[in-house]
Design a protein around this ligand. Structure first.
Ligand code: NAG
Ligand code: NAG
Ligand code: NAG
Ligand code: NAG
Ligand code: NAG
Length: 432
């Protein structure tokens, strides 16, 4: 019995010893791991659970020795000016990169290479002026991009190329004045587009084409006067459109925009609580865009008041044709020759005053010219005939000159030959 108890006790002791040894080994193992983890952390940063926190450390560059398996990298509130080429090359697990509140000025093609898993990129409160096309092209998993409070003035085509998973794009409080037409075209997952407090004054009919998932579009606090009717027609998911605080014009053009919008949102509830008021003309200032009706002004189809004249022009001269039209909305004027729209270039130009000027007229410029004035209520056109005169063209002239010159030279030669022969004969006869 005692022996049995003793045996049990011994077995228990052995088991205990084994467990102890195992625990000790485990402890030693984890201890041995510990220094290597700390060694993989950049100076003064904190590294834990896949996160690297280096915020507000007055860093002037992206730190070295960021562990390659980092998932979240916080660098906000530093003094970083440059993102050196290749610094993020190894961070293929990174999902969240926060560079808010630094001094970054320029974004280009190579800086974010390697961040193929990145979901969130935050670059607000920097000094970014320039974003080169394809700057984010490697970030094919990106869902959120914030660029608020920077100094961006121009959005070039291709800037957001390849961001087909992007859901939120924030560009509030920049200096954006120009947006090239195709900039947003491939952002087929985009739900939120914030462009508040910029200097946008012109919207292009095609600007938001293809944004089929767009839910909120914020264009408030800009310089927009006119909105092309139908511009938001393809935004089939839109639930909020913020246009407040723009110097909108209550005219026939914007009435047509409102009417086009009413087709999709009969109550215009898409404006939400953000009433868009007109600023111009003075007698309609403070009028709500929602309340515009046909009775507020007289919209008229185009009428051509200065018609192009019939003309005869010499080859090599300049051809000028003027055309002026009135109407509300203001008509758009285009030119056609022999019923084909004119291709403009260096030689063939149409100026702001709608005057067509062809410099150094050629024979083929003759024909029927047409000025076409169009607005949403109609179209009117006027024709003029242009004759090109000048029978002997420049090329001919020179050819003719050259032929004459050769004939002249030949005659001289013949005379010389005759004269020489005659002189020899005469002198020979004299000697004899
Ligand atoms: C990336 O990893 C390679 C090899 O693992 C190393 O040589 C290189 O210095 C690392 N680059 C950066 C920027 O950390
Ligand atoms: C766009 O992303 C694809 C992968 O989705 C890649 O093959 C292609 O090179 C990227 N385009 C550019 C211009 O980087
Ligand atoms: C949009 O995507 C198409 C093909 O996917 C590509 O050909 C085109 O260049 C892209 N456009 C822009 C502006 O990125
Ligand atoms: C130009 O000539 C055509 C006939 O060729 C004439 O019908 C038209 O009225 C003329 N236009 C002007 C502005 O004189
Ligand atoms: C229109 O503008 C062009 C270039 O500025 C000028 O040469 C032309 O005389 C103008 N035409 C009219 C009718 O004002």
């Amino acid at each position: 019995m005692t022996r049995l108890i003793y045996q049990h006790a011994a077995a228990a002791a052995t088991a205990l010893r084994r467990t102890m040894v195992l625990l000790l080994l485990l402890l030693m193992f984890s201890l041995s791991l510990f220094p290597s983890v700390t060694a993989e952390c950049p100076d003064r940063c904190m590294c834990q659970y896949g996160g690297v926190d280096c915020y507000k450390l007055k860093l002037d560059r992206i730190p070295d020795r960021i562990p390659p398996d980092t998932k979240e990298l916080l660098l906000f509130g530093n003094k970083i000016e440059n993102i050196e080429t290749g610094v993020f090359n190894n961070l293929t697990s990174l999902k969240h990169l926060d560079l808010d509140d630094n001094k970054i000025q320029k974004l280009d093609f190579v800086q974010f290479k390697g961040l193929t898993r990145l979901n969130v990129l935050s670059l607000s409160y920097n000094k970014i002026r320039d974003i080169e096309p394809k700057s984010f092209t490697h970030l094919t998993e990106l869902k959120t991009l914030t660029l608020d409070y920077n100094e961006i003035s121009y959005l070039k085509n291709g800037v957001f190329a390849n961001l087909s998973k992007l859901q939120a794009l924030s560009l509030d409080k920049n200096k954006i004045e120009n947006i090239e037409t195709g900039v947003f075209n491939n952002l087929t997952s985009l739900q939120y587009l914030f462009l508040e407090r910029n200097q946008i004054h012109k919207l292009d009919l095609e600007m938001f084409k293809g944004l089929i998932k767009l839910d909120i579009l914020d264009l408030s606090h800009n310089m927009i006067r006119n909105i092309p009717p139908g511009i938001f027609d393809s935004l089939t998911s839109l639930s909020l459109l913020k246009l407040d605080h723009n110097p909108l014009r209550c005219d026939c053009n914007n009435l047509l925009f409102v009417n086009a919008l009413k087709k999709n949102y009969p109550q215009l509830d898409v404006f939400g609580d953000y009433d868009s008021l007109c600023l111009f003309p003075v007698e309609m200032s403070e009028k709500s865009l929602k309340e515009l009706t046909e009775n507020d002004f007289q919209c008229t189809p185009p009428d051509v008041i200065v018609v192009p004249e019939n003309k005869t022009v010499l080859v090599g001269e300049e051809l000028q044709l003027s055309c002026k039209a009135v109407g509300d909305p203001e008509p758009l004027i285009t030119w056609a020759k022999d019923d084909i729209y004119l291709e403009l270039g260096q030689r063939v130009q149409v100026f702001q005053n709608n005057t067509l000027i062809i410099s150094k007229v050629e024979r083929t410029d003759g024909g029927q010219y047409k000025c076409v004035a169009t607005n949403y209520l109609g179209r009117k056109s006027f024709e003029s005939m242009v004759n090109i005169n000048g029978l002997v063209e420049d090329g001919y002239n020179t050819m003719f000159g050259i032929t004459q010159f050769f004939i002249f030279i030949n005659i001289i030669l013949v005379i010389c030959v005759f004269y020489t022969l005659f002189y020899r004969n005469v002198s020979a006869s004299l000697i004899v």
